[in-house]
Design a protein around this ligand. Structure first.
Ligand code: ZN
Length: 119
């Protein structure tokens, strides 16, 4: 993967992680499967440092729990993480609106009109 593409891809991954952690606490292997479902092939060696960095930044908080005899680390979103997620959602909405505008088949003149965001 080229670096510039990888940087973007890793940004999308962070948005996904915050989004899912806001719904319910997440854990690594579950997120690797979830992201694979979206077409992101991610190794634990890539995912875990991202989770650790997001926790160090204060966006996630983790706790370990014994599950079927193995320690599993769960990550929950923090209030800071929720604030960042709200900002990111704004950016995603705006970016999607602009970048995908050309693909909805609107004539150039009509494309300036703001469409209602569908979430
Ligand atoms: Zn997802």
């Amino acid at each position: 993967m080229r670096d510039i593409f990888r940087e973007t891809f890793l940004g999308f991954i962070r948005v996904h992680l915050l989004h899912h952690a806001a719904e319910e606490r997440i854990f690594g292997t579950e997120m690797i499967e979830e992201l694979a479902r979206h077409g992101y092939e991610l190794s634990p060696g890539t995912l875990y440092p991202i989770l650790h960095a997001m926790e160090a930044a204060g966006y996630l908080a983790s706790e370990q729990e014994l599950v079927a005899g193995k320690l599993r680390r769960y990550y929950a979103i923090t209030p800071e993480g929720l604030t960042v997620l709200e900002k990111l959602k704004q950016k995603v909405r705006e970016l999607t609106h602009e970048v995908l505008k050309a693909e909805v088949g609107k004539p150039a003149a009509a494309s300036k009109a703001h469409r209602k965001p569908t979430t």
